[in-house]
Design a protein around this ligand. Structure first.
Ligand code: MN
Length: 495
Protein backbone atom coordinates (compact mmCIF):
# COMPACT_ATOMS: atom_id res chain seq x y z
CA UNK A 1 0.00 0.00 0.00
CA UNK A 2 1.57 3.27 -1.11
CA UNK A 3 1.65 6.20 1.26
CA UNK A 4 -0.88 8.22 -0.71
CA UNK A 5 -2.38 11.44 0.65
CA UNK A 6 -5.23 13.68 -0.41
CA UNK A 7 -5.01 17.46 -0.33
CA UNK A 8 -7.85 19.51 1.10
CA UNK A 9 -8.16 22.84 -0.71
CA UNK A 10 -10.69 25.41 0.49
CA UNK A 11 -11.83 28.16 -1.82
CA UNK A 12 -12.75 31.68 -0.74
CA UNK A 13 -12.08 35.33 -1.63
CA UNK A 14 -10.95 38.48 0.22
CA UNK A 15 -14.26 40.36 -0.16
CA UNK A 16 -15.35 39.68 3.41
CA UNK A 17 -12.18 40.76 5.19
CA UNK A 18 -9.34 39.13 7.09
CA UNK A 19 -11.44 38.00 10.01
CA UNK A 20 -13.67 35.99 7.72
CA UNK A 21 -10.63 34.42 6.04
CA UNK A 22 -9.25 33.48 9.44
CA UNK A 23 -12.50 31.67 10.19
CA UNK A 24 -12.40 29.94 6.82
CA UNK A 25 -8.90 28.61 7.51
CA UNK A 26 -9.82 27.59 11.04
CA UNK A 27 -12.94 25.76 9.89
CA UNK A 28 -11.20 23.89 7.10
CA UNK A 29 -8.44 22.82 9.51
CA UNK A 30 -11.11 21.43 11.85
CA UNK A 31 -12.75 19.56 8.99
CA UNK A 32 -9.43 17.99 7.96
CA UNK A 33 -8.78 17.04 11.59
CA UNK A 34 -12.24 15.52 11.90
CA UNK A 35 -11.85 13.53 8.69
CA UNK A 36 -8.46 12.17 9.74
CA UNK A 37 -9.66 11.28 13.24
CA UNK A 38 -12.79 9.50 11.98
CA UNK A 39 -10.90 6.24 11.52
CA UNK A 40 -12.93 5.70 8.34
CA UNK A 41 -10.58 7.05 5.67
CA UNK A 42 -7.99 4.68 4.19
CA UNK A 43 -5.65 7.59 3.39
CA UNK A 44 -4.64 10.81 5.14
CA UNK A 45 -6.08 14.22 4.26
CA UNK A 46 -3.60 17.12 4.17
CA UNK A 47 -4.78 20.68 4.84
CA UNK A 48 -3.72 23.38 2.34
CA UNK A 49 -3.88 27.18 2.77
CA UNK A 50 -7.10 28.83 1.57
CA UNK A 51 -7.16 29.46 -2.17
CA UNK A 52 -8.25 32.95 -3.15
CA UNK A 53 -6.26 33.99 -6.22
CA UNK A 54 -5.69 32.61 -9.72
CA UNK A 55 -1.96 32.37 -9.01
CA UNK A 56 -2.27 30.42 -5.79
CA UNK A 57 -4.90 28.07 -7.22
CA UNK A 58 -2.74 27.34 -10.25
CA UNK A 59 0.37 26.86 -8.11
CA UNK A 60 -1.42 24.51 -5.70
CA UNK A 61 -2.82 22.29 -8.47
CA UNK A 62 0.58 22.10 -10.13
CA UNK A 63 2.21 21.17 -6.83
CA UNK A 64 -0.41 18.44 -6.47
CA UNK A 65 0.51 17.16 -9.93
CA UNK A 66 4.19 17.05 -9.02
CA UNK A 67 3.81 15.49 -5.56
CA UNK A 68 4.13 11.72 -6.00
CA UNK A 69 2.29 11.05 -2.75
CA UNK A 70 -0.71 13.17 -3.67
CA UNK A 71 -3.47 10.98 -5.15
CA UNK A 72 -6.07 13.69 -5.48
CA UNK A 73 -7.41 17.06 -4.36
CA UNK A 74 -10.58 17.59 -2.34
CA UNK A 75 -12.08 21.00 -3.05
CA UNK A 76 -14.68 22.92 -1.05
CA UNK A 77 -15.87 26.52 -1.35
CA UNK A 78 -16.44 27.83 2.17
CA UNK A 79 -17.58 31.25 0.96
CA UNK A 80 -18.01 32.48 -2.57
CA UNK A 81 -14.97 31.98 -4.81
CA UNK A 82 -15.36 33.49 -8.29
CA UNK A 83 -14.78 30.50 -10.51
CA UNK A 84 -12.85 32.14 -13.34
CA UNK A 85 -10.00 32.11 -10.79
CA UNK A 86 -10.05 28.31 -10.97
CA UNK A 87 -9.84 27.91 -14.76
CA UNK A 88 -6.07 27.88 -15.22
CA UNK A 89 -5.44 25.65 -12.24
CA UNK A 90 -8.12 23.17 -13.25
CA UNK A 91 -6.88 23.16 -16.83
CA UNK A 92 -3.43 22.08 -15.71
CA UNK A 93 -4.55 19.65 -13.01
CA UNK A 94 -4.24 15.96 -13.93
CA UNK A 95 -5.19 13.95 -10.85
CA UNK A 96 -8.52 12.79 -9.35
CA UNK A 97 -10.76 15.61 -8.15
CA UNK A 98 -13.38 15.48 -5.42
CA UNK A 99 -15.81 18.31 -4.88
CA UNK A 100 -16.95 17.98 -1.27
CA UNK A 101 -20.11 20.02 -1.07
CA UNK A 102 -20.31 20.53 2.68
CA UNK A 103 -20.75 23.28 5.23
CA UNK A 104 -18.97 23.88 8.53
CA UNK A 105 -22.11 24.16 10.67
CA UNK A 106 -24.73 21.44 10.56
CA UNK A 107 -27.76 23.52 11.56
CA UNK A 108 -28.91 27.04 10.75
CA UNK A 109 -28.23 29.06 13.96
CA UNK A 110 -31.77 30.43 14.05
CA UNK A 111 -31.36 32.75 17.02
CA UNK A 112 -28.11 34.38 16.02
CA UNK A 113 -27.88 34.22 12.25
CA UNK A 114 -27.14 37.57 10.62
CA UNK A 115 -25.76 38.73 7.27
CA UNK A 116 -22.12 38.30 8.37
CA UNK A 117 -22.73 34.67 9.29
CA UNK A 118 -24.49 34.03 6.01
CA UNK A 119 -21.70 35.60 3.94
CA UNK A 120 -19.13 33.56 5.79
CA UNK A 121 -20.99 30.25 5.50
CA UNK A 122 -22.33 30.17 1.99
CA UNK A 123 -21.08 26.94 0.39
CA UNK A 124 -24.59 26.40 -0.99
CA UNK A 125 -23.81 29.48 -3.05
CA UNK A 126 -20.07 29.22 -3.65
CA UNK A 127 -20.04 25.51 -4.48
CA UNK A 128 -22.56 26.11 -7.27
CA UNK A 129 -20.33 28.74 -8.87
CA UNK A 130 -17.36 26.36 -8.63
CA UNK A 131 -19.37 23.34 -9.82
CA UNK A 132 -20.48 25.32 -12.86
CA UNK A 133 -16.96 25.93 -14.11
CA UNK A 134 -15.89 22.31 -13.58
CA UNK A 135 -18.92 21.18 -15.59
CA UNK A 136 -18.35 23.80 -18.27
CA UNK A 137 -14.74 22.65 -18.63
CA UNK A 138 -15.90 19.04 -18.95
CA UNK A 139 -13.70 17.81 -16.12
CA UNK A 140 -14.52 14.40 -14.66
CA UNK A 141 -14.90 14.73 -10.89
CA UNK A 142 -16.79 13.28 -7.96
CA UNK A 143 -19.33 15.38 -6.07
CA UNK A 144 -20.19 14.32 -2.52
CA UNK A 145 -22.87 16.23 -0.61
CA UNK A 146 -23.48 16.36 3.15
CA UNK A 147 -22.09 17.41 6.50
CA UNK A 148 -18.40 16.56 6.85
CA UNK A 149 -18.84 14.88 10.22
CA UNK A 150 -21.59 12.54 9.01
CA UNK A 151 -20.19 9.00 8.88
CA UNK A 152 -22.07 8.28 5.66
CA UNK A 153 -20.40 11.26 4.00
CA UNK A 154 -16.97 10.23 5.31
CA UNK A 155 -17.69 6.70 4.10
CA UNK A 156 -18.34 8.03 0.60
CA UNK A 157 -15.07 10.00 0.73
CA UNK A 158 -13.30 6.79 1.81
CA UNK A 159 -14.85 4.94 -1.11
CA UNK A 160 -13.82 7.69 -3.56
CA UNK A 161 -10.26 7.62 -2.21
CA UNK A 162 -9.98 3.97 -3.26
CA UNK A 163 -11.27 4.86 -6.73
CA UNK A 164 -8.75 7.72 -6.90
CA UNK A 165 -5.91 5.36 -6.00
CA UNK A 166 -7.19 3.01 -8.74
CA UNK A 167 -7.00 5.90 -11.21
CA UNK A 168 -3.47 6.80 -10.08
CA UNK A 169 -2.24 3.21 -9.99
CA UNK A 170 -3.79 2.08 -13.26
CA UNK A 171 -0.81 3.51 -15.12
CA UNK A 172 1.56 1.39 -13.01
CA UNK A 173 -0.06 -1.92 -14.02
CA UNK A 174 2.21 -4.12 -16.14
CA UNK A 175 0.85 -7.40 -17.49
CA UNK A 176 3.07 -10.22 -18.66
CA UNK A 177 1.67 -12.52 -21.32
CA UNK A 178 3.42 -15.89 -21.23
CA UNK A 179 1.26 -17.06 -24.11
CA UNK A 180 -1.01 -15.47 -26.68
CA UNK A 181 -4.80 -15.46 -26.47
CA UNK A 182 -6.50 -18.79 -27.04
CA UNK A 183 -6.89 -19.43 -30.75
CA UNK A 184 -10.15 -18.20 -32.30
CA UNK A 185 -11.47 -16.70 -29.05
CA UNK A 186 -12.84 -13.18 -29.65
CA UNK A 187 -13.78 -11.71 -26.30
CA UNK A 188 -10.36 -12.06 -24.67
CA UNK A 189 -8.74 -10.16 -27.55
CA UNK A 190 -8.23 -6.43 -27.67
CA UNK A 191 -6.12 -3.46 -28.68
CA UNK A 192 -3.11 -3.35 -26.37
CA UNK A 193 -1.91 -0.01 -27.68
CA UNK A 194 -5.29 1.58 -27.00
CA UNK A 195 -5.33 -0.04 -23.54
CA UNK A 196 -2.05 1.70 -22.76
CA UNK A 197 -3.38 5.02 -24.06
CA UNK A 198 -6.65 4.73 -22.12
CA UNK A 199 -5.61 2.93 -18.93
CA UNK A 200 -1.83 3.24 -18.82
CA UNK A 201 -1.35 -0.54 -18.87
CA UNK A 202 1.84 -2.04 -20.28
CA UNK A 203 1.14 -5.46 -21.76
CA UNK A 204 4.17 -7.45 -22.86
CA UNK A 205 4.65 -10.93 -24.25
CA UNK A 206 7.45 -13.37 -23.31
CA UNK A 207 8.15 -16.83 -24.68
CA UNK A 208 6.76 -19.31 -22.18
CA UNK A 209 10.10 -21.06 -21.84
CA UNK A 210 11.72 -17.87 -20.59
CA UNK A 211 9.53 -17.99 -17.48
CA UNK A 212 9.86 -21.81 -17.37
CA UNK A 213 13.63 -21.28 -16.93
CA UNK A 214 12.92 -19.40 -13.68
CA UNK A 215 10.84 -22.35 -12.51
CA UNK A 216 13.62 -24.80 -13.39
CA UNK A 217 16.13 -22.73 -11.42
CA UNK A 218 14.20 -22.93 -8.13
CA UNK A 219 16.17 -25.00 -5.64
CA UNK A 220 14.79 -28.22 -4.17
CA UNK A 221 15.17 -26.72 -0.68
CA UNK A 222 12.96 -23.74 -1.59
CA UNK A 223 10.37 -26.04 -3.10
CA UNK A 224 10.38 -28.30 -0.01
CA UNK A 225 9.89 -25.34 2.32
CA UNK A 226 6.91 -24.06 0.35
CA UNK A 227 5.37 -27.54 0.11
CA UNK A 228 5.64 -27.74 3.92
CA UNK A 229 3.78 -24.43 4.12
CA UNK A 230 1.05 -25.77 1.82
CA UNK A 231 0.71 -28.93 3.87
CA UNK A 232 0.41 -26.99 7.13
CA UNK A 233 -2.05 -24.47 5.72
CA UNK A 234 -4.41 -26.49 3.54
CA UNK A 235 -6.36 -29.74 3.85
CA UNK A 236 -4.73 -32.48 1.80
CA UNK A 237 -7.47 -34.25 -0.17
CA UNK A 238 -5.78 -37.37 -1.50
CA UNK A 239 -8.99 -39.02 -2.74
CA UNK A 240 -7.29 -42.33 -3.25
CA UNK A 241 -4.09 -41.02 -4.83
CA UNK A 242 -0.73 -42.23 -3.66
CA UNK A 243 0.57 -39.86 -0.96
CA UNK A 244 4.09 -39.64 -2.42
CA UNK A 245 2.92 -39.06 -5.98
CA UNK A 246 0.44 -36.44 -4.72
CA UNK A 247 3.20 -34.55 -2.94
CA UNK A 248 5.33 -34.57 -6.09
CA UNK A 249 2.51 -32.99 -8.05
CA UNK A 250 2.04 -30.34 -5.38
CA UNK A 251 5.79 -29.67 -5.44
CA UNK A 252 5.61 -28.83 -9.14
CA UNK A 253 3.16 -26.01 -8.32
CA UNK A 254 5.43 -24.80 -5.49
CA UNK A 255 8.26 -24.49 -8.01
CA UNK A 256 5.98 -22.61 -10.40
CA UNK A 257 4.84 -20.22 -7.65
CA UNK A 258 8.40 -19.37 -6.64
CA UNK A 259 9.75 -19.21 -10.20
CA UNK A 260 6.87 -17.10 -11.52
CA UNK A 261 7.05 -14.69 -8.60
CA UNK A 262 10.81 -14.23 -9.08
CA UNK A 263 10.23 -13.52 -12.76
CA UNK A 264 7.40 -11.05 -12.03
CA UNK A 265 9.38 -9.22 -9.35
CA UNK A 266 12.59 -9.06 -11.34
CA UNK A 267 10.84 -7.70 -14.42
CA UNK A 268 8.34 -5.55 -12.49
CA UNK A 269 5.06 -7.12 -13.59
CA UNK A 270 1.96 -7.19 -11.37
CA UNK A 271 -0.35 -9.28 -13.52
CA UNK A 272 0.05 -12.41 -15.62
CA UNK A 273 -1.83 -14.51 -18.15
CA UNK A 274 -1.28 -18.16 -19.02
CA UNK A 275 -2.73 -20.52 -21.61
CA UNK A 276 -3.31 -24.25 -21.04
CA UNK A 277 -2.41 -24.92 -24.68
CA UNK A 278 1.00 -23.25 -24.58
CA UNK A 279 2.97 -24.43 -21.57
CA UNK A 280 6.42 -25.03 -23.04
CA UNK A 281 8.65 -26.75 -20.49
CA UNK A 282 6.15 -26.32 -17.63
CA UNK A 283 5.06 -29.71 -16.29
CA UNK A 284 1.58 -28.59 -15.22
CA UNK A 285 -0.83 -25.81 -16.00
CA UNK A 286 -0.13 -23.28 -13.21
CA UNK A 287 -3.06 -23.79 -10.82
CA UNK A 288 -2.30 -23.69 -7.12
CA UNK A 289 0.66 -21.44 -8.03
CA UNK A 290 -1.54 -18.86 -9.78
CA UNK A 291 -4.13 -19.04 -6.99
CA UNK A 292 -1.43 -18.18 -4.45
CA UNK A 293 -0.06 -15.37 -6.60
CA UNK A 294 -3.55 -13.87 -6.91
CA UNK A 295 -3.87 -14.10 -3.13
CA UNK A 296 -0.66 -12.08 -2.87
CA UNK A 297 -2.18 -9.33 -5.05
CA UNK A 298 -1.17 -10.26 -8.60
CA UNK A 299 -3.72 -9.97 -11.39
CA UNK A 300 -4.53 -13.03 -13.49
CA UNK A 301 -6.45 -13.92 -16.63
CA UNK A 302 -6.84 -17.37 -18.17
CA UNK A 303 -6.23 -18.26 -21.82
CA UNK A 304 -4.26 -15.09 -22.48
CA UNK A 305 -6.97 -12.75 -21.20
CA UNK A 306 -4.83 -9.71 -20.39
CA UNK A 307 -7.80 -7.33 -19.99
CA UNK A 308 -9.22 -9.36 -17.12
CA UNK A 309 -5.74 -9.87 -15.63
CA UNK A 310 -5.23 -6.10 -15.50
CA UNK A 311 -8.71 -5.55 -14.05
CA UNK A 312 -8.10 -8.11 -11.29
CA UNK A 313 -4.83 -6.34 -10.46
CA UNK A 314 -6.61 -2.97 -10.47
CA UNK A 315 -9.23 -4.25 -8.04
CA UNK A 316 -6.54 -5.76 -5.82
CA UNK A 317 -4.93 -2.31 -5.61
CA UNK A 318 -8.21 -0.54 -4.93
CA UNK A 319 -9.06 -2.90 -2.07
CA UNK A 320 -5.58 -2.99 -0.56
CA UNK A 321 -5.45 -2.80 3.25
CA UNK A 322 -9.25 -2.92 3.52
CA UNK A 323 -10.47 -4.08 6.91
CA UNK A 324 -12.68 -7.21 6.73
CA UNK A 325 -12.16 -7.54 2.97
CA UNK A 326 -14.00 -10.57 1.52
CA UNK A 327 -11.89 -11.02 -1.58
CA UNK A 328 -11.24 -10.37 -5.25
CA UNK A 329 -10.69 -12.95 -7.99
CA UNK A 330 -10.55 -13.84 -11.64
CA UNK A 331 -13.76 -15.73 -12.38
CA UNK A 332 -15.66 -17.45 -15.16
CA UNK A 333 -19.35 -18.06 -15.82
CA UNK A 334 -19.64 -21.82 -16.19
CA UNK A 335 -23.02 -23.42 -15.74
CA UNK A 336 -26.55 -22.49 -14.61
CA UNK A 337 -29.04 -23.63 -12.07
CA UNK A 338 -32.35 -22.87 -13.76
CA UNK A 339 -34.67 -24.29 -11.10
CA UNK A 340 -37.36 -21.63 -10.51
CA UNK A 341 -36.64 -19.65 -7.35
CA UNK A 342 -33.09 -21.03 -7.13
CA UNK A 343 -31.62 -19.53 -10.29
CA UNK A 344 -27.95 -18.74 -10.38
CA UNK A 345 -24.63 -19.11 -12.20
CA UNK A 346 -22.00 -21.54 -10.97
CA UNK A 347 -18.68 -19.72 -11.18
CA UNK A 348 -15.28 -21.38 -11.40
CA UNK A 349 -12.32 -21.78 -13.70
CA UNK A 350 -10.25 -24.75 -14.72
CA UNK A 351 -8.07 -24.08 -11.67
CA UNK A 352 -7.40 -20.41 -11.13
CA UNK A 353 -9.76 -18.96 -8.51
CA UNK A 354 -8.29 -16.71 -5.82
CA UNK A 355 -8.50 -18.09 -2.25
CA UNK A 356 -9.21 -14.60 -0.83
CA UNK A 357 -12.87 -15.26 -1.67
CA UNK A 358 -12.92 -18.64 0.14
CA UNK A 359 -15.40 -19.37 2.88
CA UNK A 360 -14.26 -22.05 5.27
CA UNK A 361 -11.46 -24.57 4.75
CA UNK A 362 -9.25 -24.60 1.66
CA UNK A 363 -8.06 -27.96 0.40
CA UNK A 364 -5.57 -29.18 -2.20
CA UNK A 365 -6.61 -31.68 -4.84
CA UNK A 366 -4.67 -33.25 -7.68
CA UNK A 367 -6.90 -34.13 -10.62
CA UNK A 368 -6.55 -34.57 -14.35
CA UNK A 369 -7.37 -31.60 -16.59
CA UNK A 370 -9.62 -32.45 -19.47
CA UNK A 371 -7.63 -30.05 -21.65
CA UNK A 372 -3.97 -29.72 -22.55
CA UNK A 373 -1.34 -32.41 -22.50
CA UNK A 374 0.41 -32.08 -19.14
CA UNK A 375 0.39 -34.00 -15.87
CA UNK A 376 -2.49 -33.67 -13.40
CA UNK A 377 -2.17 -30.25 -11.77
CA UNK A 378 -2.60 -29.47 -8.08
CA UNK A 379 -5.19 -26.83 -7.24
CA UNK A 380 -6.83 -25.21 -4.22
CA UNK A 381 -10.49 -26.05 -3.78
CA UNK A 382 -13.08 -24.22 -1.68
CA UNK A 383 -16.48 -22.57 -1.86
CA UNK A 384 -16.94 -18.83 -1.63
CA UNK A 385 -18.53 -16.30 0.68
CA UNK A 386 -22.13 -15.15 0.56
CA UNK A 387 -23.28 -11.58 0.10
CA UNK A 388 -23.39 -8.75 -2.44
CA UNK A 389 -20.54 -8.41 -4.94
CA UNK A 390 -19.77 -7.13 -8.42
CA UNK A 391 -18.66 -8.94 -11.56
CA UNK A 392 -17.00 -6.80 -14.21
CA UNK A 393 -16.05 -7.37 -17.82
CA UNK A 394 -13.92 -5.03 -19.91
CA UNK A 395 -14.52 -5.59 -23.61
CA UNK A 396 -13.04 -4.11 -26.76
CA UNK A 397 -15.74 -3.14 -29.27
CA UNK A 398 -13.27 -2.48 -32.06
CA UNK A 399 -13.27 1.30 -31.80
CA UNK A 400 -13.51 1.64 -28.00
CA UNK A 401 -13.68 -0.12 -24.65
CA UNK A 402 -16.80 -0.81 -22.61
CA UNK A 403 -16.81 -1.79 -18.94
CA UNK A 404 -19.81 -3.83 -17.83
CA UNK A 405 -20.52 -3.93 -14.11
CA UNK A 406 -23.08 -6.41 -12.82
CA UNK A 407 -24.23 -6.33 -9.20
CA UNK A 408 -24.64 -9.93 -8.06
CA UNK A 409 -25.79 -11.75 -4.92
CA UNK A 410 -23.50 -14.59 -3.89
CA UNK A 411 -25.09 -17.62 -2.29
CA UNK A 412 -24.34 -21.14 -1.21
CA UNK A 413 -25.30 -23.94 -3.55
CA UNK A 414 -27.88 -26.28 -2.05
CA UNK A 415 -25.69 -29.35 -1.90
CA UNK A 416 -21.98 -30.18 -1.91
CA UNK A 417 -20.44 -31.07 -5.29
CA UNK A 418 -17.96 -33.79 -4.25
CA UNK A 419 -16.87 -34.68 -7.77
CA UNK A 420 -16.06 -31.12 -8.85
CA UNK A 421 -12.31 -30.61 -8.39
CA UNK A 422 -12.24 -26.78 -8.56
CA UNK A 423 -13.03 -23.80 -6.35
CA UNK A 424 -16.45 -22.29 -7.00
CA UNK A 425 -18.73 -19.37 -6.30
CA UNK A 426 -22.44 -19.21 -7.02
CA UNK A 427 -24.40 -16.06 -7.64
CA UNK A 428 -27.63 -14.66 -8.94
CA UNK A 429 -27.07 -11.61 -11.11
CA UNK A 430 -29.28 -8.59 -10.46
CA UNK A 431 -32.07 -7.83 -11.17
CA UNK A 432 -32.70 -11.58 -11.72
CA UNK A 433 -30.97 -14.33 -13.69
CA UNK A 434 -32.99 -13.93 -16.88
CA UNK A 435 -32.79 -10.12 -17.09
CA UNK A 436 -29.22 -10.01 -15.82
CA UNK A 437 -27.91 -12.60 -18.27
CA UNK A 438 -29.92 -11.12 -21.16
CA UNK A 439 -28.48 -7.67 -20.37
CA UNK A 440 -24.95 -9.05 -20.05
CA UNK A 441 -25.20 -10.76 -23.44
CA UNK A 442 -26.74 -7.69 -25.12
CA UNK A 443 -23.92 -5.55 -23.71
CA UNK A 444 -21.36 -8.03 -25.09
CA UNK A 445 -19.90 -9.10 -21.73
CA UNK A 446 -17.33 -11.90 -21.57
CA UNK A 447 -17.41 -15.26 -19.83
CA UNK A 448 -14.36 -14.13 -17.83
CA UNK A 449 -14.88 -11.54 -15.11
CA UNK A 450 -12.91 -9.60 -12.56
CA UNK A 451 -14.95 -10.20 -9.43
CA UNK A 452 -14.94 -8.61 -5.97
CA UNK A 453 -17.02 -8.38 -2.82
CA UNK A 454 -15.14 -5.29 -1.69
CA UNK A 455 -15.83 -2.60 -4.29
CA UNK A 456 -19.10 -1.07 -5.42
CA UNK A 457 -20.47 -0.58 -8.91
CA UNK A 458 -20.19 3.15 -8.23
CA UNK A 459 -16.46 2.88 -7.57
CA UNK A 460 -15.80 0.95 -10.78
CA UNK A 461 -18.08 3.29 -12.73
CA UNK A 462 -16.19 6.31 -11.45
CA UNK A 463 -12.91 4.66 -12.41
CA UNK A 464 -14.24 3.98 -15.92
CA UNK A 465 -15.49 7.55 -16.24
CA UNK A 466 -12.06 8.84 -15.25
CA UNK A 467 -10.55 6.63 -17.98
CA UNK A 468 -12.98 8.14 -20.47
CA UNK A 469 -14.70 4.86 -21.36
CA UNK A 470 -18.30 3.71 -21.44
CA UNK A 471 -19.58 2.00 -18.31
CA UNK A 472 -22.76 -0.07 -18.35
CA UNK A 473 -24.36 -1.01 -15.04
CA UNK A 474 -26.58 -4.06 -14.69
CA UNK A 475 -28.34 -3.97 -11.32
CA UNK A 476 -31.71 -3.93 -9.58
CA UNK A 477 -32.85 -0.96 -11.71
CA UNK A 478 -32.02 -2.57 -15.07
CA UNK A 479 -34.78 -3.20 -17.60
CA UNK A 480 -34.14 -4.63 -21.06
CA UNK A 481 -35.87 -1.72 -22.77
CA UNK A 482 -33.82 0.80 -20.80
CA UNK A 483 -30.57 -1.07 -21.33
CA UNK A 484 -31.07 -1.36 -25.10
CA UNK A 485 -31.71 2.37 -25.32
CA UNK A 486 -28.66 3.11 -23.19
CA UNK A 487 -26.44 0.97 -25.44
CA UNK A 488 -27.89 2.66 -28.52
CA UNK A 489 -27.32 6.17 -27.13
CA UNK A 490 -23.87 5.27 -25.83
CA UNK A 491 -22.85 4.07 -29.29
CA UNK A 492 -23.28 7.69 -30.39
CA UNK A 493 -21.86 9.33 -27.27
CA UNK A 494 -18.68 7.22 -27.29
CA UNK A 495 -18.14 7.18 -31.02
MN1 MN B 1 -11.40 -19.33 -19.20
Amino acid sequence: MKNYKFWFATGSQDLYGDECLEHVAEHSKKIVEGLNQSGILPYEVVWKPTLITNELIRKTFNEANADEECAGVITWMHTFSPAKSWILGLQEYRKPLLHLHTQFNVEIPYDTIDMDFMNENQSAHGDREYGHIVTRMGIERKVIVGHWADEKVIGRIASWMRTAVGIMESSHIRVVRVADNMRNVAVTEGDKVEAQIKFGWEIDAYPVNEIAEYVKDVSQADVDTLVEEYYSKYDILLEGRDEKEFREHVAVQAGIEIGFERFLKEKNYQAIVTHFGDLGALKQLPGLAIQRLMEKGYGFGGEGDWKTAAMVRLMKIMTEGMKDAKGTSFMEDYTYNLVPGKEGILQAHMLEVCPTIADGPVGIKVQPLSMGDREDPARLVFTSKEGPAIATSLIDLGNRFRLIVNSVDCKKVEKPMPKLPVATAFWTPQPDLATGAESWILAGGAHHTAFTYDLTAEQMGDWGAAMGIEVVYIDKDTTIRGLKNELRWNSVAFR
